[in-house]
Ligand binder design. Structure first.
Ligand code: SAH
Ligand code: SF4
Length: 369
């Protein structure tokens, strides 16, 4: 198919885009015009790039494409604060992304956080995770990751102003991007990093490094590599257990990268970047949610500059992993505090729309099967 050979503009880094325009016999500043149109004006077609000569627009549409994701299903939570979209990729596979709105009471600082997928399915296979229960199919391209963000940016911007207009930093339609959707971001390192660079770049969305969070199951060599990058993003590590025996069950990659390697890598991340890693701990009833587990967690994290995020697990079709009650979550938090570790309890957003990782897609695939 001809379209498969065209380059997706969103897959190109800024230097690669410059190469493309120069291969078309155009001056380098055309790349700036294109990125300005794509990332600031949110153009979805070359036709909209009216500051480019007609001949270049024509050439671009022959050699390149723009946008390949098709939203096929959308859900909004009952409180209107979480939206989830299932996208069909150009090869027919599906991924999901979400937008979460927070308006902290007593504060004018609204947050609009976009959660993106990085792979179709996931090879790690954490048993409590709806994505882990699906087979790994493929990595996403950088453009497919960026496009998830641009989709919601367009949507919010259109709502903010009634029409899509140039992004201004004062009223950014997106305040945060988290790599917490389907897949393991650090197992698709190159694409994820290219997407991060473009989200952060002044030629792209211009999001601050602190506004970008990569969540990982704990791939140690990649965490060390991330620590050496020149954009210091926030790092979230999905811990869920503080002892190897239990973590081997919950997060099977722990057998390859046990806690004795993971924790020093997280320490190194802090030392090299100045960013305190966040440890995600999802509580499942009778599995990892006792006060004893909290004490183990405090012991593991002793002396480490970090934050802990507790969340009651989201229910999936795997019945062994039922969410802990609110009471157990708070008791766990109390015990952690007594042991010297402060934590936040994350409110699980959008349970009514299966907003947990991979849940909407599981339902969709199940329905079609
Ligand atoms: N693969 C990466 C990022 C995607 S998963 C990772 O594992 O970190 C994003 C987050 O959702 C992770 O913290 C993951 O552990 C968590 N998660 C997955 N399934 C969950 C469930 N059923 N309940 C609560 N958290 C879950
Ligand atoms: Fe993959 Fe993360 Fe789900 Fe584990 S929790 S299966 S690493 S997406």
């Amino acid at each position: 198919m001809e379209i498969a050979h065209r380059k997706d503009i969103l897959d190109l880094s800024y230097p690669q885009l410059k190469e493309l325009v120069s291969s078309l016999g155009e001056p380098g500043y055309r790349a700036d015009q294109i990125t300005w149109r794509v990332y600031k004006k949110l153009a979805t077609s070359f036709d909209e790039m009216t500051d480019l000569p007609q001949s270049l627009r024509q050439k671009l549409s022959e050699v390149a494409s723009l946008y390949s994701l098709r939203p096929v299903h959308e859900k909004v939570s009952a409180d209107g604060q979480t939206r989830k979209v299932l996208f069909k990729l150009d090869d027919g596979k599906t991924i999901e992304s979400s937008l979460m709105l927070y308006a902290p009471s007593g504060s004018s600082r609204e947050r609009r956080t976009i959660c993106v997928s990085t792979q179709v399915g996931c090879a790690i296979g954490c048993p409590f995770c709806a994505t882990g229960q699906q087979a790994f199919e493929r990595n996403l391209r950088p453009g497919e990751i960026i496009e998830q963000v641009l989709y919601f940016v367009r949507q919010v911007r259109a709502e903010q102003q009634g029409k899509v207009e140039e992004l201004d930093s004062a009223r950014r339609p997106v305040t945060n991007v988290v790599f917490m959707g389907m897949g393991e971001p650090l197992a698709n390192y190159e694409s994820v990093w290219q997407a991060v660079v473009m989200l952060n770049s002044k030629h792209g969305l211009g999001l601050g490094a602190r506004q970008i969070t990569i969540s990982t199951v704990g791939l140690v060599p990649q965490i060390r590599r991330l620590a050496r990058e020149n954009i210091h993003v926030e790092l979230a590590v999905s811990l869920h257990a503080a002892k190897d025996a239990l973590r081997n069950e919950l997060v099977p990659i722990n057998k390859r990268y046990p806690l004795g390697q993971l924790i020093p890598a997280c320490r190194e991340y802090f030392e090299k970047t100045g960013r305190r890693p966040t440890f995600e701990y999802a509580l499942f009833q009778g599995v990892n949610d006792s006060p004893g587990h909290a004490r183990e967690l405090a012991r593991l994290l002793e002396g480490l500059n970090c934050q802990v995020n507790l969340i009651a697990g989201n229910p999936t079709k795997c019945r062994e992993f039922a969410p802990s009650s609110r009471k157990s979550v708070l008791a766990f938090q109390r015990q952690l505090k007594e042991s010297g570790v402060s934590s936040t309890v994350r409110v699980s957003k959008g349970i009514d729309i299966e907003a947990g990782c991979g849940q909407l897609r599981s339902r969709w695939i199940g329905r079609k099967a």
